[in-house]
Write a protein that binds this ligand. Sequence first.
Ligand code: SAH
Length: 213
Amino acid sequence: MKDTHKHQGLRNQLVKILEEKGITDKNVLTAIANVPRHLFMDSGFVDFAYQDKAFPIAADQTISQPYTVAFQTELLEVKPHHNVLEIGTGSGYQTAVLIEMEAKVYTIERQKELFKKTKLFLPKIGYNPKKIIFGDGYKGLPENAPFDRIIVTAGAPFVPNPLLAQLKIGGRLVIPVGEDEQIMTLFVRTSEKDFKKHELGKFRFVPMLKKRN
Ligand code: SAH
């Protein structure tokens, strides 16, 4: 499967839809215009890759809706060379968007099948995360902490303390919190002990689960 002018045209239309829905950050929109989302999807769904919808990937997981990816990424305020920790590698689409924005990405996936697939796939299409890890996102990644930014792409029943602890002062954590539906929540670390919390609307994610094969 290739990336063609037709795909680029569809991506430009998708970017327009995201702008209409309220995404304004040009760096986020440019990244979405550049990442070939159709390559991240199982072949049966390729025709739908540039609709603003979530779709099934392997292991009963989903590739997030482009609007959700854009919304979370905009909240994150990623700058070039930021160290970013992502929980929930999944298809690697969000990872690729972050790499397009010149972030150094560390990403954790707890499903072995997805981990293996995405670890091989991302470098093949030119996206090289700093690390792709098979592990439990609830623990974060202490050996590479602190991070400028942390993004969780599965629904977290609560906010894991290690993630807050692994944030730099001035850093931002974007995490959807809740069981059946989630409130998109932004934490900004303002000092060693203090965090500012902002709640930004309802979303639906697959649940963040404990480590498993
Ligand atoms: N960012 C992904 C979204 C995938 S859906 C994308 O763009 O495609 C959420 C992912 O989080 C799933 O792949 C799921 O397996 C993973 N996940 C769930 N619980 C997790 C945990 N505790 N640690 C790491 N990953 C987890």
